[in-house]
Design a protein around this ligand. Sequence first.
Ligand SMILES: CC(C)(COP(=O)(O)OP(=O)(O)OC[C@H]1O[C@@H](n2cnc3c(N)ncnc32)[C@H](O)[C@@H]1OP(=O)(O)O)[C@@H](O)C(=O)NCCC(=O)NCCS
Length: 483
Amino acid sequence: MATGKAKTTKRRTKVMAKKAAKKVLKSKTKVPAKKAAKVVSANGLPKPSAKPWGQAGKALDGVKVLDFTHVQSGPTCTQLLGYMGADCIKVERPGVGDITRGQLRDIKGQDSLYFTMLNGNKRSITIDSKNPKGKEILERLIKHCDVLVENFAPGALDRMGLTWEYIHKTNPRMIVASVKGFGPGPYEDCKVYENVAQCAGGAASTTGFRDGPPLVTGAQIGDSGTGLHLAFGIVCALYQRQRTGRGQKVLCAMQDGVLNLARVKLRDQQRLARGPLSEYSQYGEGVPFGKAVPRAGNDSGGGQPGWILKCKGWETDPDAYIYFITQAPVWGPICDLIGKPEWKTDPDYATPPARLPRLRHIFDTIEGWTKTKSKFEVMNICNEYDIPVGPILSMKEIAEEKSLRDTGTVVEVDHPGRGKYLTVGNPVKMSDSITEVKRSPLLGEHTEEILTKVLGYSAKELAEIKISGAITPPEKPAKAEAA
Ligand SMILES: CC(C)(COP(=O)(O)OP(=O)(O)OC[C@H]1O[C@@H](n2cnc3c(N)ncnc32)[C@H](O)[C@@H]1OP(=O)(O)O)[C@@H](O)C(=O)NCCC(=O)NCCS
């Protein structure tokens, strides 16, 4: 772990910030306006760093996060903040930790991939938040940190005594960011997991095939999607705090996050009131629309019709498919490639509106061609003509894809307990804030380090804390291993 390095960077950032502040002060007092313009720009920013790109620290260097998250939504958010350089101090229950440490375990007794892949770039401290000494430690952490992130069930933080009023009084600069299943309203007290949010946010009713039940998607749009939204809210609140000097509450409801990602379907709901949705294949098939947006199978969500087509080997390889988009500007090359040059001028096929009632037949014909080639051959050929296509990549192919390793999107990390594992690195690439992906912490790995070096407890106080039960498991430890 590059904690020392991070600290040096932090110290440097602090010094730089102090210097910049001094310069601003100077410019206000003694330095004549013309000279001041040389040291600070007109908008008060320090002058552009002369350091090489990527060596001027990280975007969120100096931001301290009290990470009270668990499972997936909250940890996604704080891991992203950690990737950007924030110091994420993850508070876990002594002896138990984040429930996901023990969920879906693939190696007996070791932190699961569920946990390790969502908790990199964090430090772990164990604190029993209901123990009086534990509460005292938490108070110090609240004073020390800039952001508290949590995704407990509704009311759980208040039951710990950590109400907004208490936190705001203790540290008026603290940003308190929460994920909840639902926003204020009839369901606000409900506990929510991924698929509940996918259903309540409108995604499930619009996913799947028309003649089948609603479907959830494998992409964790409820959990990880909402974590992403929350990270955005936190960074905005940090920015606003620069002006106001005070923190605020940031709330992301999973239902809202899913709906935001499914907004094209709310678009279609409103279009439906004015007539059938002509780009849905059911339009071409003459199937009437009901009152709500239907499931659209693999229809494209935009104005360019698309579908998933079989490629060579589909009989034995479940992922030998390609997504094929019949984008209007490349209709000519598509016709030539699939051996239907006459469709370029045939009035039944030549224009997008003429094609809409015939999409099934068109895609069947294109599939006759894609079935003769592997998905990568189809992709290579189509790319030459700017025809947008996407091979259906299996997770095995993604794990082995060299270009994803090269960009740091898929990263191999070494863990003292479980050895090497793959994780998803920072999907956001910044030219001056380079992400180093660090392994997830062991349960309580940094407890003493945080108590002494961050919160300033003396050796004597540490000894007292140790016997208080605030950082150690109760006598009969709760079971971490879940089914
Ligand atoms: C995800 C969720 C359903 C899990 O529910 P859960 O496993 O029952 O966990 P809870 O959040 O209710 O917390 C359980 C208890 O642990 C306690 N706890 C957690 N950390 C603790 C600590 N360090 N010390 C002492 N107690 C602790 C909480 O105080 C709570 O106790 P209480 O109910 O007596 O007040 C729920 O947290 C939730 O709905 N979260 C919001 C939505 C969300 O993020 N969902 C997606 C998760 S990926």
